[in-house]
Design a protein around this ligand. Structure first.
Ligand SMILES: Nc1ncnc2c1ncn2[C@@H]1O[C@H](COP(=O)(O)OP(=O)(O)OP(=O)(O)O)[C@@H](O)[C@H]1O
Ligand SMILES: [Mg+2]
Length: 384
C-alpha cells in the first residue's frame, strides 16, 4: 500500500554493501509454558531483516520480546519451557548459502554461534567466568571456533583486546574479570565476541549498566568495528538517544510484534504507530521549558489522529491490543490473523488492524538495504 507521500530514498545515505539481506526473520512466534493456564506468547509473528553493514535497533518496552527474538536467532531459548511455534530465520552464510537457523541441526547451529553470529549481553559478568583469567576465556573461545593453535589464538586474542581499546593487552590477558572496571569488562566481552569476526553481532542492551561516557565509547567502538569488518549489528536498547545516533533502521516492538519498521530518520520525523509516537513524545528535549511530558496513554487516546498521518487511509487503524478491535475488523483464519504489518509509505512498515480497507493486505516483509551517510553516523562521539 504505497501512497503519494513517499520519502526520498534516492539522494540521502547509501545502500548497504550488498543487496541481499544477511538475516531475514519471517513470522517468528515463540511461547513459554507458565506451568498453569495458557502459554505466554512472548513473540507473535515478528518480521524483520538486517543487511550487512547495517545497525538495526530494536526498541520497545520491557517484556515486548526483544531478547527472545535475539536469543531465537542463536536458538538459545530453553525448550521447555520455551517453544518455537512457527516462523523462519533465514541467514546468509559466508559462502552465500542461506540456511533457516530454526531448521538446521544442532551441530550446524553450534558452528554458527560465536563464528557467524555473536552476542553480547547487558551484564558482562554473566558471560565471563570469574575463576578463569580473561585471556584463558578469550583464547578458549578462539580455539573453539577457529582452527588455530594456542600460540596463534593468543596473538588473535591480544589483537582483539587491542582493537577494543584495552591498554597493555598482552599483560592484561593474565588478569581475572574482577580486576577490570565495568567498562573494561564490557570491552573484554566485546573482544571475545568479535575475536572470531562474526558477520552479525547481537548486542542486547550492551551499555545500560555503564555510565554515559563509557557507553558512548563502547558504541563508538562498535561502530568502528562494524565498518572495519562489514558486520551487521542488532542493537537492543531502551535508549532512543542511542538509537538516533547509532541506528540505520529502527524496529519498534510491542507485545511480541513488530509495530513499526523504518529508516531511523523517517521514524523520528514521521512516527506512525501510536506506540512509537508515544515513545518519542516521552523523550524530554533540550530547550523544552517546563512542559510536562506527554504519556503514552494520552497519545493513543487521541482517536482520529492516526487517520491524519500521511499515507493513512480511511478505515485503516493502527493495531493496538488495548483497544477494542475496530467494528469493521476482518478476521483471518490464521495465527495473528487480525494483524497486518503493512508498507504504508515506501520503506515504512506499520502494524495495522486488518479492517475492510485492508482485507487483502498481505503481511509485509520489512526489508530496507539502507545505511546512514558517514557524516551523520555517530557524529558527536567521534569528535571527542
Ligand atoms: N525463560 C523464560 N521462561 C518464561 N517466560 C519467559 C522466558 N524468557 C522470556 N519470557 C517471557 O517472554 C516475554 C518477552 O521477554 P523478553 O525477555 O524477550 O523481553 P524484552 O523485550 O527483552 O524485555 P527487557 O527490555 O526487560 O529485556 C516476557 O513476557 C517474558 O516474561
Ligand atoms: Mg531483554
Amino acid at each position: 500500500m504505497n501512497t503519494d507521500t513517499q520519502p526520498d530514498t534516492a539522494n540521502q545515505g547509501s545502500m548497504a554493501s550488498t543487496d541481499k539481506p544477511l538475516m531475514r526473520i519471517t513470522d517468528l512466534a515463540v511461547s513459554f509454558d507458565n506451568g498453569k493456564g495458557p502459554r505466554i506468547q512472548a513473540v507473535d509473528g515478528v518480521r524483520l531483516s538486517v543487511y550487512p553493514g547495517q545497525t538495526l535497533a530494536v526498541v520497545g518496552e520491557s517484556g515486548c520480546g526483544k531478547s527472545v527474538t535475539a536469543l531465537s536467532t542463536l536458538r538459545l531459548i530453553p525448550t521447555p519451557p520455551g517453544r518455537y511455534d512457527r516462523g523462519t530465520i533465514d541467514f546468509r552464510l559466508g559462502d552465500g548459502r542461506v540456511v533457516d537457523l530454526l531448521d538446521i541441526d544442532d551441530g550446524a547451529i553450534r558452528r554458527i554461534r560465536g563464528n557467524d553470529i555473536a552476542m553480547i549481553f547487558q551484564e558482562p559478568m554473566t558471560s565471563l567466568n570469574p575463576v578463569f583469567s580473561v585471556g584463558d576465556q578469550i583464547i578458549e573461545a578462539i580455539e573453539l571456533h577457529q582452527n588455530v593453535r594456542r600460540a596463534e589464538a593468543r596473538s588473535i586474542a591480544v589483537t582483539a583486546m587491542a582493537d577494543v581499546g584495552i591498554p597493555e593487552p598482552a599483560s592484561r590477558l593474565r588478569a581475572y574479570p574482577h580486576q577490570f572496571s565495568g567498562g573494561m569488562r564490557q570491552r573484554v566481552m566485546i573482544a571475545m565476541a568479535l575475536a572470531c569476526k562474526p558477520r552479525l553481532l547481537l548486542a542486547d542492551e550492551p551499555s545500560t549498566a555503564l555510565d554515559v561516557t563509557i557507553q558512548a565509547q563502547i558504541l563508538e567502538l562498535l561502530a568502528g568495528l562494524k565498518a572495519a569488518h562489514d558486520m551487521a549489528i542488532m542493537l537492543i536498547t531502551h535508549d532512543l538517544g542511542v538509537v538516533a545516533q547509532n541506528a540505520d533502521i529502527v524496529c519498534v516492538m510491542y507485545a511480541g510484534r513488530v509495530v513499526e519498521y523504518a529508516r531511523v530518520d523517517h521514524l523520528f520525523a514521521h512516527p506512525m504507530h501510536p506506540y512509537t509516537r508515544g515513545l518519542l513524545e516521552c523523550i524530554p528535549r533540550l530547550g523544552d521549558r517546563g512542559d510536562r511530558l506527554v504519556t503514552i496513554n494520552e497519545t493513543i487516546d487521541r482517536p482520529g489522529e492516526f487517520e491524519q498521518l500521511p499515507g493513512a487511509r480511511d478505515g485503516v487503524r493502527p493495531w493496538w491490543p488495548w483497544h477494542d478491535p475496530p467494528p469493521d475488523l476482518v478476521r483471518r483464519d490464521e495465527p495473528a490473523g487480525d494483524y497486518a504489518l503493512v508498507e504504508i509509505r515506501t520503506g515504512h512498515w506499520v502494524g495495522l488492524w486488518r479492517t475492510a480497507a485492508l482485507a487483502d493486505a498481505a503481511q509485509g516483509l520489512p526489508d530496507l538495504a539502507w545505511t546512514r551517510p558517514e557524516s551523520t553516523a555517530h557524529s558527536q562521539g567521534a569528535q571527542t
